[in-house]
Design a protein around this ligand. Sequence first.
Ligand code: PLP
Length: 425
Amino acid sequence: MRIFDLNGRSYIDASGGAAVSCLGHSNERILAAMEVQSRKLAYCHNSFLGSESSERLAQKLLEHAPDGFGDGRVAFVSSGSEAMEVALKLARQYHVERGDEGRSHFISRAFSYHGNTLGALSVGGHLQRKRIYEPLLRPAQLIGRCYYYRDHWVGEDPEVYGRRMASELQDALQRLGPESVAAFVAEPVAGATLGSVPPPPGYFREIRRICDEAGILFIADEIMCGMGRCGSMFAIQDEGAVPDIITCAKGLGAGYQPIAATMIRQSVAEQIENGSGRLANGHTYMGHPVACAAALAAVTEIEALLPHVQTLGADLERRLRRVFGDHAHIGDIRGRGLFWTLELVDDRDSKTPFSRDLKVAERLKDEAMRLGLIVYLSSGCADGEEGDHVLLAPPFICSSSELDEIVTTLSKAIENVLTSRKFDE
Ligand code: PLP
């Protein structure tokens, strides 16, 4: 889990880049699987031929998916954004094939991130990444971001808060007219924008109920939180709700190959199979054999490491709470599995974020790197501009002593930034 730069400096990679390298950077079994597949068949277009690696990978993912996905289908593309485009188009295709052509709207959540292509940006709520493209987008209706730390009412417990947030889906459906809506899109554990926010208990069960009632699909974007990151192969498995479409990427190829997947459950697949019989959408590198071989080897490794992710995740949580639990400038510690976030605040009681002018996220990223630590820093979680958080997504091969090194170095980096002279001015 270490990277060395040109000068021989070593960095401990505690975020796998953007929560990608979940198996470290030198997994021999994945490298060997890629070599074998490259020699056998480096590329084929999936309108001519399939490949054994893509078939086996699809099978494996469906085996792990929630009930209802058993005889589903999987499309493989090259990035999370593409997987989201496939998901949105599939939702539309599903309704068209049912003769329900009026369904074209999407509902998603404020402060979500679903990718950087125009369709994915349209359903996302990441203000900083969307802003200049607004005129090109067909924005989704956004409902509450489901961020208990900042948004719950005084005395409101998490379950009641979750029900209130889910009821916003009902309100949005009424505003748009339920018969015009194709799907609701959400990250089961919110990632890039808010920083590993798990849902309140019961929230996704209620979301599922509302989607069923309105005849809309539920798309779970597991691009960041899936593939074992939260301790289960799919994060939604812990929520007692089965989505219609799941997207995954990042950890799927573990950084060895660019690959993403869009999975559909059996009932959605059957509708299309009994209709046009094919996915209406296509890309040149769909089902790329070498990418699928790398992912097949990666998922096999992840399967074996899931118990370790759960144990190590609990260890990481304990360490974070011990070191930062009483810290005057850490407002919230949240996460699941090996996906944890510290939210930095100027004032802990009022949850006031640091002024953006102080550039806390940028400075902490630089300071951590100076100390040899790679962590994922973002700003904007409070109001779209302010609110700094640091996300940890260490690889599943991490040891207890490496966790110790990560938490100790992060603590040092935070202290150095908060006590620096520039900061005092
Ligand atoms: N969806 C989520 C939840 C993500 O976190 C990301 C990337 O961070 C994407 C979609 C887009 O994936 P990519 O950057 O591979 O296009």
